[in-house]
Design a protein around this ligand. Structure first.
Ligand code: SF4
Length: 417
C-alpha cells in the first residue's frame, strides 16, 4: 500500500491545493474527461480543496453511460435467443434500455453472464461448442486492445461460435463535439428496433440547448486512454480550440497536480498538451496495442448516448474478421436505417450530465427516484458514472446540508477511509 499512500498523502495534497489557490487569479472551468477521475475527485473530497474560483466540469468519460440505447436493445434481443450466451462486464447488466435491462432479460430466461476479461468469453466459446457466445464489448481506447486480442485469438482457433457486439468508443471525437457542438451529426439517435414507448418519454429529451454549454477553459485528459493512444493524440484538439490539455492520472495527487499544471498554463496564456502522468504515459503511447486495434477495427461513425452520431466516434470490426462480428451474424440494422427516432425518458437528464451542462447534484431525481438500486439512467449504474459518484458521496455524508459539494470530508478523510 505504500505506493498508493504516497499518491494520497494529505500533507502533499494540501500543499498542492494551496499552490493552486495562490496561482489562480481569476475563475477557470476545467473539464475532466474520465468517469474514474470524476469518482476520485468526489470520493476524496478534492473538489472541497479547490478554491471557489476553480470549477470542475465532469465529462462524458464513462463508456457504459454513453453506450447507445440501440446497442442495449440489440444486446437484449440477442441474449433472449435460446442458443446464445451473452457475456459482458458487470456494469452493463443494469443499464436501463428501451425495453428493459440485461438483468431483466436474464429474469426472462436469457443466458447473460458477467465476465471480467474478454478472454473469459473465449474460454466459454471453447467449452460450449453447441452455443453461440456473444461478447458485448464496451469501453474506450483502453479496453479495445483486449477485445482485438479476443477476436484475433478466436480467428486463429477458428472458433466459429464466438462473436463480438462492438460498442467501443473513441474519446477525441466526443471532445470535438463538446468544444464545437455542431460537430454532432444528429442528436437523436435513430434505431430500427421495435420500441415499447413509455408514456413518460419525449423525443426532445436528448436535445439540450447548445446555449447551455459550459465554457470550458482547459481539459484534464484521461491517463489510461493516453497510455494506449499517447499524449500526442490531443495536440490537434489543443491547437484547434486554443486550450491547455493536461494528461492526468487517477490518484488524488495526480489529479491536483493535473489541475495545477492546467491552471499554470491558463494563467500564462499557454495552450498545448502537457503530460502530468509521465510515470505511465509515453508521448507515443503503446504502439503494439494500437497496432492490434488497427488490425481488427476500423474507425466508424457511431452514436453516443447523449451526443448522437459522432464522426469517427467508435470502432467497427473490419471485413477480415466479419465471421466474429455479431452485427453481421445477427444482421443488426444500422443506425442510418432507422424508421423511428429513439426516445429517452424525460425524467433522466443523463445527456445534460454527460455534456457537462448539469451537475448530478442539481438533478431533482438524484437520491429520490434515482438511486443505484432504482437507476433511471446509466450514470447512476456505472462504477464510473458521475451520478453514482455523487450519490455515494452524499450517502456517506448523509445529514450534511447540501450533499457532496459541501461535504465535511477532505482529501485526507477520503484517503484514509
Ligand atoms: S441522477 Fe439519475 S435521473 Fe438524474 S441524470 Fe443522473 S441518472 Fe439521470
Amino acid at each position: 500500500m505504500k505506493h498508493v499512500d504516497e499518491w494520497r498523502d494529505p500533507t502533499l495534497l494540501r500543499a498542492i491545493a494551496e499552490r493552486i489557490a495562490r496561482e489562480t487569479t481569476r475563475p477557470w472551468k476545467l473539464l475532466e474527461v474520465c468517469g474514474g477521475q470524476t469518482h476520485a475527485f468526489v470520493r476524496f473530497g478534492l473538489l472541497d480543496l479547490l478554491p471557489p474560483t476553480i470549477t470542475m466540469v465532469h465529462g462524458p468519460g464513462c463508456p457504459v453511460c454513453v453506450t447507445p440505447l440501440e446497442i442495449l436493445e440489440h444486446a437484449r434481443r440477442i441474449a433472449l435467443r435460446p442458443d446464445v450466451i451473452l457475456c459482458t462486464y458487470g456494469d452493463m447488466l443494469r443499464v436501463p434500455g428501451v425495453n428493459g435491462d440485461l438483468l431483466s432479460a436474464r429474469a426472462d430466461g436469457a443466458d447473460v453472464r458477467v465476465v471480467s476479461s474478454p478472454l473469459e468469453a473465449l474460454d466459454l466459446a471453447r467449452r460450449s461448442p453447441d452455443r453461440v457466445v456473444v461478447f458485448l464489448a464496451v469501453g474506450f481506447e483502453t479496453t479495445a486492445p483486449a477485445t482485438a486480442a479476443l477476436i484475433e485469438l478466436a480467428d486463429r482457433e477458428a472458433l466459429t461460435n464466438l462473436h463480438v457486439l462492438p460498442a467501443h468508443v473513441r474519446v477525441p471525437p466526443a471532445l470535438d463535439a463538446l468544444f464545437s457542438p455542431t460537430a454532432t451529426a444528429n442528436v437523436n439517435v435513430n434505431v430500427s428496433v421495435d420500441v415499447d414507448v413509455d408514456a413518460n418519454t419525449d423525443d426532445t429529451a436528448q436535445t439540450p440547448s447548445d446555449a447551455d454549454a459550459p465554457r470550458i477553459d482547459g481539459l484534464l485528459a484521461a491517463g489510461h486512454v493516453c497510455t494506449i493512444e499517447g499524449a500526442e493524440v490531443y495536440e490537434p484538439l489543443a491547437c484547434r480550440f486554443g486550450i491547455p490539455i493536461v494528461v492526468t492520472g487517477f490518484e488524488p495527487v495526480d489529479l491536483l497536480r493535473g489541475v495545477l499544471a492546467c491552471i499554470r498554463r491558463l494563467e500564462r496564456g499557454q495552450t498545448g498538451v502537457e503530460n502530468a502522468y509521465a510515470r505511465i504515459v509515453r508521448p507515443e503511447g503503446n504502439p503494439l496495442a494500437r497496432a492490434a486495434v488497427d488490425r481488427v477495427f476500423a474507425m466508424a461513425d457511431v452514436p453516443w448516448r447523449g451526443f448522437g452520431v459522432l464522426p469517427g466516434g467508435g470502432l467497427a470490426i473490419r471485413e477480415r474478421f466479419a465471421a466474429h462480428d455479431a452485427t453481421r451474424r445477427f444482421a443488426l440494422p444500422l443506425a442510418s436505417d432507422a424508421a423511428e427516432p429513439i426516445r429517452e425518458p424525460t425524467s433522466c437528464r443523463a445527456a445534460d450530465v454527460l455534456r457537462g451542462r448539469l451537475r448530478p447534484l442539481d438533478c431533482p431525481e438524484l437520491g429520490r427516484r434515482c438511486t443505484p438500486e432504482t437507476p433511471l439512467g446509466a450514470p447512476m449504474v456505472s462504477s464510473e458514472g458521475a451520478c453514482a459518484a455523487y450519490f455515494s458521496r452524499r450517502s456517506a455524508h448523509a445529514g450534511a446540508p447540501d450533499g457532496a459539494a459541501k461535504s465535511a470530508g477532505s482529501a485526507a478523510d477520503g484517503a484514509t477511509t
